[in-house]
Each structure stands twice: as C-alpha cells, then as structure tokens.
Write a new protein. Structure first.
Length: 296
C-alpha cells in the first residue's frame, strides 16, 4: 500500500509466482490497484484469496476491489501459447499503405495557390474616437533620475515609458490602419484526394509459433507453504503507522489483514513511539504463499 502526499495513493497487491519450468519466481502486480483510504482513524485493510483463483480486497470489511489472479495481473501468470516468430521478416514487396493520393486527380483551373489567407478589410472605417495624434506610450511622469546617474558615463538619462492613459479611454492611438479579414478566395496549396490502395495487403504481422516457454498454471491461488507475509513501510509522512498484521484462514480461503492507525490516535495509548515504527502507511504484500500447516 502506498499512502503519502503524492498522487500514488493506491493499495498494491503483489505476489510472487513460481515458473514450473524454470523454478524461478516472478512478481505479479495488480494492474488497476484501488485508491487507499485516507483519514485520521484506524483503518483495516484485508486481502482474501479464494480457491477459484479470485481475490477480494476490503477496507474496514467493505469490498473495494475484486478480480482474478489469472486475468488482472501483469505480467500474466500464464504466458501466451503462441509468440511472434522473430525470424519472420516482412516481404520487400509488402504494401501496407491503405490509402494513396488519387493519381487521376487534377488541380482545378480556377485554383489559385497564390491567394493569401488574409486581406485588408476595405470596408472598415476609422472609429470616431481614434486619437491618431496621440502616441501609444509616454514617458513616465513619476519617474526620477537616479541620484548616482552620471551623464558623462551613463549617457543622457531617459525616463521609462508607460502606456498612454488617453488610449485606454479611446478605441486606440497612433496611426490607424484597417484590420485584416479572411480572404474568401483563399484555397491554399492544392493536394489530390485519397483513394483506397488497390495494392494494399493489410497490416503485416510476423507469423505465430508455439511458445517454448509456455505453461499453464490453473491454480495460482495454491501458494507454496510459508510462515509469513512480508511488507514494506516507506517513510513519507510521520503521521501514520502499521499497528497490527495478521494471517489467517477461514474455510478454504486465505486472509491477510493490516490495521493502520494515525500516530496521533496511537499516542494516546503508547506515549513513546520508536522511530522504527513511525513512517507512512505503505504496505506492499511482496510474497503471498500458502499458510503454515498449523493454520490449516
């Protein structure tokens, strides 16, 4: 589980699966982990793995996510039966362009590519309140020459300019020029239309061959025997901790629970908390395997 100040407030479910061919273990990550609950009271997170290879994640005993070990994890538990043949190459004469420019198309005689996209609006008139004799900016009347300004070394001091306040009350200042408008004759560069390519063969893909590493594990929920479930607590904030952890079995299902509590609540019962127990709420089940025989 990752619960900190970042955007990744998710409850991660990860288990290690043993490859029956190689004996190697590989982590399987839940593709779409649910969002972690954030509050300042105790929160109970529970994971239930069922014999039919389905799982359910609960928060405070309310379902928040369910799915399948065979369908909802990446990489997939079982590899593909067939894979692409890496030695298969696309033929040189393979045509995968579905549409092509129409070779029979001709540019119309009245198509003028030289027409601009905008032209001067000849119908526009200068507004009556346009101040053509007023500059758009004026020297700042409140500006003062710095006391350490040396005309011989720094040159003549010129005050900074500011927008002419008279222009703000009128339609504009300075020389008036008619605005531009869209050119109704503009067509742009001519290009031929597209047609279906008669030589098109489709999207090429390499042929499939049997996957030499293929296997099928129909019961990934049958985790190997082990006596513990590991978790990781990453320090990000100092106001959350993992209070209790439990592994149990009810019926044929395996159940793993984590109780998280805000530090402020726990301190009422435990005044002195070691730095080791402080840390942000961040539980990531790294390995889920069959429970001890004593729990069977």
């Amino acid at each position: 589980m990752n619960q900190d100040n970042s955007d990744d407030r998710q409850v991660h479910f990860i288990f290690k699966h043993k490859n029956p061919k190689t004996g190697e273990y590989e982590e399987k990550h839940l593709k779409s982990p649910p969002v972690a609950k954030t509050n300042k009271v105790s929160t109970l997170y529970t994971l239930i793995v069922k014999p039919d290879n389905t799982f359910e994640m609960l928060v405070d005993n309310a379902s928040m996510k369910n799915g399948s070990l065979l369908e909802d994890f990446s990489p997939s538990v079982n590899p593909e039966k067939e894979i692409d043949d890496k030695d298969d190459k696309k033929p040189e004469d393979w045509v995968d362009q579905a549409r092509i420019p129409d070779p029979a198309a001709d540019k119309p005689d009245d198509w003028d590519e030289d027409e601009p996209s905008e032209i001067v609006d000849e119908d526009a008139t200068k507004p009556d309140d346009w101040l053509e004799d007023e500059p758009t900016s004026i020297p700042d009347p409140e500006a003062e020459k710095p006391e350490d300004w040396d005309d011989e070394e720094d040159g003549d001091w010129i005050p900074p300019t500011i927008p002419n306040p008279k222009c703000e009350e009128a339609s504009g200042c300075g020389k008036w020029e008619p605005p531009m408008k869209m050119n109704p004759k503009y067509k742009g560069k001519w290009t031929p239309g597209y047609i279906d390519n008669p030589a098109y063969k489709g999207v090429w893909a390499p042929r499939k061959i049997p996957n030499p590493d293929y296997f099928e594990d129909k019961t990934p929920a049958n985790f190997e025997p082990m006596g513990a479930v590991s978790s990781t607590s990453w320090v990000g904030t100092r106001n959350m901790l993992i209070r209790d952890r439990s592994v149990s079995r009810f019926g044929p299902c395996k159940k793993i629970s984590f109780l998280t509590t805000s530090t402020s609540v726990i301190q009422l019962k435990t005044p002195r908390l070691s730095e080791k127990r402080r840390g942000m709420l961040n539980v990531r089940p790294r390995m889920l395997k069959k429970l001890p025989r004593s729990l069977s």
